[in-house]
Design a protein around this ligand. Structure first.
Ligand code: G1P
Length: 278
């Protein structure tokens, strides 16, 4: 593999968003506002900052509004300037000028691994990033840029991690770090990964958060991955199955991660983004 660029990002967005009911009866969760921009807008902004050109959004059948959000609309951008929203209008303009959007419909929500697999035909031989719009990362230098820089030096599969509380392990993929890797570097070799371990069974306190850089042979691994935790086809299990053959790294983020999978987390992210924008 001599491809030295990450040109594609998958943004899985088809989740049911049950924790955001009744809002998600009518609106996809990824269109919820984190302060002044929808979650998915922030995810695309991060991809753009990392010089990714192709955005693949995995949607469900009733999520046409996500396509509508990114449809080119210079008139709305002009109106936004008139309302003092010029910075966000410029972002929308750069999305339509610099990015290619592709939508993949996931007919059944069978898990994150399944969502990624549904993009296989668009990614023949291409390494790619995965950005979970639920997770907002705030850091002066986007963490995804750092992950991709690491990937350029040593290709392999990368997952972003942060320190988690032991009682929260059942909500995360948790990584096991190679013994000699407990050092100062933010990049650590992974020996194993487990999705949603029970409390006490987690191999470390490093939980996977929603940024990945993956090699294209992950698709073959997902295809033979059986439903695992919460009876879903788990991306963590597929990455774990590749560890013998593909160098696999955790990248410990430097900034702060907000879990916007709950209204409370979204509120905290909104407050952080609002104070940042002053
Ligand atoms: C997904 C991943 C999990 C990861 C988490 C981060 O889980 O499967 O490994 O730790 O995102 O947000 P989910 O939140 O969809 O249950």
């Amino acid at each position: 593999m001599d491809n030295k660029e990450i040109r594609f990002a998958i943004l899985p967005s088809a989740g049911l968003g049950t924790r955001f009911l009744p809002f998600t009866k009518a609106v996809p969760k990824v269109l919820a506002l984190a302060f002044d921009r929808p979650l998915i807008h922030l995810a695309v902004l991060e991809a753009l900052a990392a010089k990714i050109e192709n955005i693949i959004i995995v949607i469900s059948e009733d999520q046409e509004s996500i396509k509508h959000y990114f449809a080119p609309d210079p008139q709305t951008e002009k109106n936004m300037w008139d309302k003092g929203l010029g910075i966000i209008a410029e972002e929308l303009k750069s999305f339509r000028e610099k990015l290619n959007f592709v939508y993949v419909t996931q007919e059944e929500q069978l898990g994150l691994g399944h969502a990624v697999l549904s993009c296989e035909q668009l990614l023949v031989g291409e390494p790619f990033a995965v950005i979970l719009p639920d997770d907002i990362l705030i850091n002066p230098e986007p963490e995804l840029i750092r992950m991709i820089n690491g990937w350029r030096q040593h290709q392999g599969n990368y997952v972003a991690v942060e320190h988690i509380r032991s009682e929260d392990a059942p909500n995360y993929g948790v990584v096991e770090i190679a013994a000699h890797q407990h050092n100062e570097s933010r990049f650590k070799v992974i020996k194993g990964m487990v999705e949603k371990p029970t409390i006490g069974a987690a191999p470390s306190d490093l939980g996977v958060i929603g940024r990945y850089v993956l090699m294209p042979n992950i698709f073959d691994a997902i295809k033979v991955t059986s439903p695992g935790a919460v009876k879903e086809i788990q991306l963590t299990d597929a990455i774990n199955a590749c560890i013998e053959n593909v160098a696999t790294y955790a990248y410990l983020i430097e900034g702060v991660r907000y879990d916007c999978g709950t209204p409370h987390g979204l509120l905290k992210a909104s407050i952080a983004l609002s104070s940042q924008s002053k």
